[in-house]
Design a protein. Structure first.
Length: 432
């Protein structure tokens, strides 16, 4: 008998047929015990972000009205799975009511705290649904609230995890569960601040949750189940003839996630590398496929790896007194970026300006950033751009990627090139 950790994303549990498929994957290896991390089903997180806006604008009434459709969607899937919908509804309504209580405290802190209380419900809903289905199949299952296990600080929307406390909580509360059950179902993405309010670990943070559980449980492997056959050389939605990598090193995986690759969350690798836990990225569509193994040893020679991020903003930041951009200026700029939870895609400084490329953080955060920087700096901004990152690039590939594009910014390193681009004026006119 072996203990494993599996993580299933929202696409793998998006409806009844997919939940049935997850059940088959979990039960294919008889005798295994599995800790299962599950994301919110389908587009639930997006729907909850709308509920968040309704709460900000309309209060409790807007929140409750917004939750009706989300609750009904989960109950519809429960009906398709032939579950006791009334019993499940009762559990989900408890979650909604608990959230309302937390919102009364969170609204006094800031909007990020409010966001986390609402958006975290997606994982609480999905895990209750999956747990109920597995129990209906007479499997030995325990549902846990990982907010009681994943301890974070109070940095809402981007909680910093206390990994030593997590390990203690796993030893005290999770390991004993496996004395009586074969499957423990927990939520990705969420944790708890010292004041008891829910925190989230950053968008798509369920991979990180799974890595933390793998670390705490001391398993040999963590498997992340996705709708792709493994780690690919580029996004198959953008490019044809992409290749699957059979192996990848921790170092290379960290590089790619840092540059925006969507396969795994950027924080996932560190706890795995610290314990020598290998990460398997496999397809829930083709569970028998070999997938990609990420471990200490990777390939000797990698093909070009391409990451493209849309909706990017290029900013040129200059000191208002035309003084050199020195260490004190950079410290101020980075402090403002951190305070507004804005992550860099790439950067470069010259004598009197500092260029940064960031993902569009939304109108409110962007306005706050501009206001905070405006006290000491002038700012030029270019929106609706792409950031192209290529590891192990070659000249022909770069020419193909920048065809019909204007390169506004490029940063070259030994193995990596980053390009900030926009469509050429000629192409814009043709499309217009």
């Amino acid at each position: 008998m072996s203990l494993k950790v599996y993580k299933f994303g929202g696409a793998s549990v998006k409806d009844a047929s997919h939940i049935y498929n997850v059940s088959n994957i979990l039960t294919k290896d008889k005798g295994d015990q599995i800790f299962v991390i599950v994301s919110a089903i389908g587009k639930t997180t997006n729907a909850l972000e709308i509920v968040f806006q309704k709460y900000i604008e309309e209060g409790k009434e807007g929140f409750l009205n917004g939750m009706v459709e989300i609750l009904d969607a989960h109950l519809d899937e429960a009906d398709k799975l032939k579950l006791d919908s009334a019993k499940l509804q009762s559990k989900l309504e408890v979650i909604i009511n608990d959230c309302l209580v937390n919102l009364e405290r969170a609204i006094k802190i800031n909007k990020s705290a409010v966001y986390d209380q609402i958006v975290s419900m997606g994982e609480l809903f999905s895990t209750n649904l999956l747990s109920a289905y597995l129990q209906s199949k007479d499997l030995r299952v325990a549902w846990v609230d990982l907010r009681k296990i994943i301890a974070t600080d109070d940095n809402f929307q981007e909680g910093c995890v206390d990994i030593q406390q997590v390990e203690k909580n796993v030893n005290d509360h999770i390991k004993p569960l496996f004395e009586n059950v074969d499957f423990v179902i927990g939520q990705g993405f969420i944790g708890s601040a010292p004041n008891g309010l829910t925190t989230t670990l950053g968008r798509e943070g369920s991979d990180y949750s799974a890595a933390l559980m793998a670390y705490g449980l001391g398993v040999d492997t963590l498997t992340i189940w996705k709708d792709v056959p493994g780690v690919l050389t580029a996004d198959p939605r953008r490019f044809e003839n992409v290749e699957k990598l059979d192996r990848m090193s921790y170092k290379e995986a960290i590089e790619m996630t840092y540059y925006g690759a969507q396969v795994i969350h950027p924080k996932t690798i560190r706890p795995l590398q610290n314990r020598g836990i290998s990460l398997h990225v496999k397809s829930f569509i083709d569970p028998k496929g070999e997938g990609t193994i990420i471990s200490q040893d990777g390939l000797l020679n990698y093909p070009p790896l391409v990451v493209i991020q849309d909706d990017m903003i290029l900013m040129h930041i200059s000191s208002k007194d035309f003084s050199f951009i020195a260490e004190n200026h950079l410290s101020q700029i980075f402090s403002v970026l951190n305070a507004n939870q804005i992550k860099l895609g790439t950067m470069r400084n010259s004598a009197i300006s500092f260029a940064i490329c960031v993902k569009n953080p939304g109108q409110e955060k962007l306005a706050n950033l501009i206001n905070d920087l405006g006290q000491n700096f002038s700012l030029d901004m270019y929106k609706n751009l792409q950031l192209i990152t290529v590891r192990y690039f070659n000249k022909q590939l770069i020419e193909n990627l920048t065809k019909n594009k204007v390169v506004l910014f490029d940063e070259r390193m030994k193995y990596t090139i980053q390009l900030v681009v926009r469509p050429s004026l000629e192409l814009i006119e043709k499309e217009g």
